[in-house]
Design a protein. Structure first.
Length: 394
């Protein structure tokens, strides 16, 4: 970070300071139990670094083998284990690399969504590629949700943070009005952000909000309308779920140089309770529902060094401390959620739902077929799944 401002802080620092004021105000508004919704969005690239197909398969099989061992000892307020959302890159698709992840989904340990790296692309090519890939994931592997009309829906992460031509010169994208292409092909929410220290970072910080897909020009998601109880999204809007972005004094070097905390989990930077305090301090919530706190982290979990941390003792220690300190049912309830479940809970908050958000994991978009047969969560044994109001969208 250095002595001065971090790179490109002029983009996000004013928004961050405003978010601190809002988080402090909303903290005073909370009543009763605070619900913490924790999701990990993994930009999961088995062929990262030019790995061979054989090396990629070893990486995937390691996750299929070791993630249940890591997750099974820990249980949240709804009876769920930690769950992982694998945002799988279109350009790396091979059936044998996806099948083990589908197996994890069937066991209730996660879900698969869509990731994409592209450059100098066109809207036509993008739409065609998204439609082909989402159909393949759904029909061949039983992945991705489908709405009440049978339309396949997906969550999205953009490679290189370059969502909607957000990088200078349009590198690593190239598609004007990319948000509209996502929305039109079934995307229910984008989970790319935060991007700091990249210049692709938005001025909007620490928010769950709706970007206008019809807006002209690049980086249409730079600003938007915050998700709020009682407000329903417009037909041209796309949900954007941001993770925490903070200036951390808990991690200050030599106690005097603060560090940028962007929710990244990687080798040498595992989850800790000090970092968790920073994530909670961002106060990411839906307006009008300040007692539901959304913590969306990200990682690149396929490479060996990152996998060793994410599947190892440091992450297990974090979950041990987390479930011990933030799942007492009185002050806090912890909910391990997938990206889809997090978006569903946002939708429930918008519709005015309250109480335990764990009841709304499948509120608007149902579980993917591969996960539909997993054991019921707490509160689901009666078969009475909360339903979205007529016409509800995620």
């Amino acid at each position: 970070m250095g002595i001065g401002l971090p790179r490109h802080a002029e983009i996000w620092l004013p928004g961050y300071l405003r978010s601190l004021v809002r988080a402090r105000r909303e903290r005073r508004q909370r009543r009763g139990v605070v619900d913490i919704l924790l999701a990990v969005a993994d930009h999961y690239e088995p062929l990262h670094g030019g790995a061979s197909a054989e090396a990629g398969l070893r990486r995937v099989e390691r996750w299929a083998r070791e993630y249940p061992v890591l997750a099974e000892p820990f249980i949240d307020a709804d009876g769920c284990h930690p769950r992982h959302t694998f945002f799988f890159p279109i350009e790396q698709y091979r059936p044998e690399l996806v099948d083990p992840l589908a197996g994890l989904c069937r066991r209730g340990f996660g879900e698969v969504e869509v990731h994409l790296h592209h450059d100098r692309d066109t809207a036509e090519n993008l739409r065609a590629g998204l439609n082909r890939f989402t159909a393949t994931l759904h029909r061949r592997h039983g992945l991705l949700s489908a709405d009440g009309a049978g339309r396949v829906r997906y969550g999205f992460v953009h490679g290189n943070w370059a969502l909607d031509n957000a990088l200078p010169g349009g590198r690593w994208c190239g598609v004007t009005r990319e948000l509209a292409a996502l929305r039109d092909t079934g995307c229910y929410a984008d989970f790319t952000l935060p991007a700091a220290p990249s210049p692709a970072q938005t001025r909007t910080v620490n928010e769950i909000y709706f970007a206008d897909c019809g807006q002209a020009g690049p980086k249409a998601h730079d600003r938007g309308v915050r998700a709020a109880a009682g407000r329903q999204p417009g037909a041209s809007e796309l949900l954007v779920v941001q993770g925490p972005l903070a200036v951390s004094w808990n991690q200050a070097r030599r106690g005097i140089v603060p560090k940028v905390e962007n929710g990244s989990l990687h080798a040498g930077h595992p989850p800790t309770m000090a970092r968790f305090d920073d994530w909670l301090s961002c106060g990411i919530s839906v307006a009008g529902r300040p007692e539901w706190l959304f913590v969306k982290l990200y990682t690149h979990g396929a490479p060996e060094a990152n996998a060793a941390m994410l599947l190892g003792a440091d992450t297990a220690a974090f979950h041990r401390q987390l479930t011990a300190g933030f799942n007492d049912g009185g002050r806090f309830r912890l909910h391990y959620v997938t990206a889809r479940e997090m978006a569903n809970i946002v939708c429930a908050a918008e519709a005015g739902e309250s109480g335990n958000p764990g009841r709304f994991r499948d509120y608007a978009l149902p579980r993917p077929p591969a996960a539909a047969g997993r054991p019921a969560q707490a509160g689901e044994a009666s078969g009475q799944r909360p339903q979205a109001p007529s016409g509800e969208r995620a």
